[in-house]
Design a protein around this ligand. Structure first.
Ligand code: GDD
Length: 399
């Protein structure tokens, strides 16, 4: 891949947010003598071998809940070969066991493509036991099983990635219609890690466009209602601390993102669909140096690098309706509102916005979702003793 270096960044304490970077070539060819100017060139080459090396240490987590099997099949097909795939499903098992069907699809594709994979169900008691063994009780519901939610599924993925001692994790939604876009997203992840100089790195994909059919024409729209609002208010939060207006954040709701495991183990995660915007909030809380209450002293000299890369492929995924979108707006803005670092002025603006959109009523507050503490604070050895990848239908024998 050839990828642009960003020449601009915004800084909040020890969080560096780079301006959007573009992809200049999906394939940059093999390693070879560099062009004499390469060192000073703003577009960097990540040779295929470099991508493969990073991908060897990367897990791709695919959260899924009752999606079309054809889409899951395409997603798995798009993930570059060296990555370990972990599918975390919260699909129905009652009348028709959808999880079983998903397992068949994943096993089949991975068998013929000779891939490594794990597939787990969010409600598997053995997964709950892993969390319980290390004292991580917040994620367990009254039934003793992992709570519902995309974030909760992602946390399972992070724990398994840590137990498998991989260095990087990337997330890919399972409702994507274009396998080629998946390939590009993962190549962007490995390029980011390959070029990054920090072991506290996060990468976030800015979709090139989201095609929609309007009056028999295709419109390649860029921003949805959720991301427009969440980007605006996260940027507003930065402005209120720095005194300078900014529009640096373009990936507030990026479902497709990647994190170095050193960083992921030190981050708190917001429940459900607060997960992506809360990434930013939590990094500001922990590394931004803006609030002594939330800032953790052992993060003092760690600098977090956030890279936002614009893909070349359009993103076509399932459309889940207006109610779902409103819920995501409430979750996203609520995650900003309820943070200890949210200034009063911004809280008032958020309430006004949510009332204007009729998402909350006159006397209501934005939804407050749980926050799950960083996994690194818990006794991982206990989970390690219990963890047996063989139980999760894996195949760690790449031929
Ligand atoms: N394991 C698991 N558990 N997966 C889930 C759950 C759950 O409880 N709920 C949803 N998922 C999976 C879905 O199957 C899908 O693959 C992915 O999580 C995203 O869920 P969607 O319901 O399709 O969300 P969306 O497409 O509206 O929103 C996506 O894009 C947003 C950016 O526009 C999500 O990735 C959001 O998190 C993101 O902010």
């Amino acid at each position: 891949m050839r990828i642009e270096l960003s020449n601009a960044f915004e800084r909040l304490g020890n969080v560096l947010i780079y301006g959007t970077q573009k992809v200049y070539a999906l394939d940059a060819g093999p390693e070879g003598p560099n062009h004499p100017n390469d060192k000073y060139f703003v577009v960097r080459k990540v040779a295929n071998e470099q991508s493969w090396n990073v991908e060897q240490e990367m897990v791709i987590v695919v959260p899924i809940k009752n999606e079309k099997l054809k889409l899951l099949e395409g997603v798995i097909t798009g993930i570059p070969h060296n990555c370990l795939i972990i599918v975390v499903s919260n699909s129905d098992r009652d009348d028709v066991d959808r999880f079983n069907m998903e397992k068949n699809v994943v096993e089949n594709i991975c068998h013929f493509s000779k891939r490594d994979f794990l597939i787990v169900h969010q409600k598997d008691p053995e997964i709950a036991e892993l969390f319980e063994s290390m004292g991580y009780a917040d994620i367990l519901g009254e039934d003793g099983l992992i709570r519902d939610g995309k974030s909760e599924g992602m946390l399972i993925g992070i724990l398994l990635t840590q137990l498998l001692q991989k260095k990087y994790i990337g997330f890919i939604d399972s409702d994507n219609y274009f396998p080629g876009s998946i390939y590009e997203y993962v190549r962007i992840y490995s390029s980011i890690f390959s070029l990054s100089k920090s072991d506290y790195t996060m990468g976030r994909i800015l979709w090139h466009s989201k095609p929609k059919a309007i009056n028999s024409n295709i419109l390649f729209s860029k921003w949805g209602r959720v991301s427009r609002l969440t980007n605006y208010y996260l940027n507003r939060l930065i402005s209120l601390y720095t005194g300078f207006e900014t529009d640096i954040i373009k990936t507030a709701n990026a479902g497709e993102h990647c994190i170095s495991m050193n960083l992921a183990m030190n981050m708190d995660f917001g429940a459900g669909f607060t997960v992506e915007p809360y990434n930013y909030i939590n990094l500001f809380e922990k590394f931004g140096g803006v609030d002594k209450l939330t800032n953790q002293s052992d993060n003092g000299n760690k600098v977090v690098h956030i890279h936002q890369v614009e893909s070349r492929n359009p993103h076509l995924h399932e459309s889940k309706g207006n109610e779902h979108v409103n819920d995501m707006i409430d979750n996203s803005l609520g995650s900003i509102f309820h943070s200890l670092i949210c200034p009063l002025e911004l809280k008032k603006e958020l309430i006004k916005e949510l009332k204007k959109a009729k998402i909350i009523l006159q006397n209501e507050m934005p939804v407050k979702r749980a926050v799950y503490k960083a996994l690194g604070l818990f006794d991982l050895n206990k989970a390690k003793q219990k963890f047996d990848p063989d139980k999760f239908g894996h195949m760690l024998t790449t031929v």
